[in-house]
Design a protein around this ligand. Structure first.
Ligand code: SAH
Length: 242
């Protein structure tokens, strides 16, 4: 069976005994039906993985004894996905898969053709953060991805200066991801995926004028919620992370 994994705070991991309560405790006892003596991984979401054994399973909480700690450096380059806001639960899917595939951050943005009428956006962002944490836990990610607050087009353009390389997926064609990232030494990569309606020409031009490279994901038009997955996978392959 897969070793159960939970995120706990870095402060909690300083002690040799860690208590799980609430949803984590419930998941351990009721869903996974763990037993005293079973091994569990405790992650701080910032590189530390502690191996622990279940010492006590109570009604309200469980106690785990840490037996080993290992810290892992975060992989490079870090991949930052910028996804144009999508309708309904499509964005949940993007966050879930991007977190599983190892995106360091996922930031929704709006542009001309985005589905910008987003009722209860704050609550949606909260949900995406929970989805990202859950997906990361299942994947056993050492580093938790960040889900950024949605940004508008101008803010997105401004933020690009902090990335060594920016790729934007363009269904009208562009370079090959492997070609752009050949011998890439950037530590931070921005990956941009447009809305269901695609980018408009002025937006393509603005991106290019800032040095962003347009990339193709092949001859077929992918749905916006799948293009990010393909782009992350292509970038990971090109950078030797897959
Ligand atoms: N409305 C457009 C398709 C937009 S697809 C049309 O019907 O032609 C939504 C987004 O997914 C695009 O903005 C782009 O970022 C990405 N995308 C989809 N297919 C792609 C491909 N083959 N190559 C690169 N990007 C693609």
């Amino acid at each position: 069976m897969t070793t159960p994994r939970f995120y706990v705070s870095a402060a909690d991991l300083e002690d040799d005994r860690v208590t799980l309560s609430g949803g984590d405790h419930h998941h351990l006892c009721r869903v996974l039906r763990a037993r005293v003596g079973d091994e569990v991984w405790l992650l701080d979401g910032r590189g530390l993985k502690a191996t622990a054994r279940i010492e006590r399973l109570g009604r309200e909480s469980s106690t785990l004894k840490v037996t080993d700690r290992k810290w892992e450096e975060e992989e490079r380059p870090r991949l930052h996905l910028f996804q144009s806001l999508l309708k309904g639960s499509k964005m949940d899917l993007v966050v879930e898969v991007a977190a599983e595939l190892g995106a360091a951050s996922i930031t929704p943005f709006t542009c001309r053709y985005s589905q910008a009428t987003t009722p209860a956006l704050e609550r949606r962002v909260e949900r995406w953060r929970a989805v990202a944490a859950q997906s990361s836990r299942v994947a056993g990610r050492r580093y938790l991805p960040e889900v950024g607050d949605p940004v508008d087009w101008k803010e997105l353009l401004r933020s690009l200066s902090r990335f060594g390389v920016t790729l934007f997926a363009d269904e009208r064609g562009g370079e090959r991801v492997a070609h752009v990232l050949r011998e890439c030494e950037a530590e931070e990569l921005a990956l941009i995926v447009g809305p269901e309606g695609g980018f408009e020409d002025a937006e393509r031009e603005e991106l290019c004028s800032l040095g962003a490279r347009s990339v193709s994901l092949g001859p077929h038009v992918l749905r916006a919620e799948f293009a990010g997955m393909a782009l992350i996978a292509a970038a990971r392959c090109a950078c030797g992370l897959m």
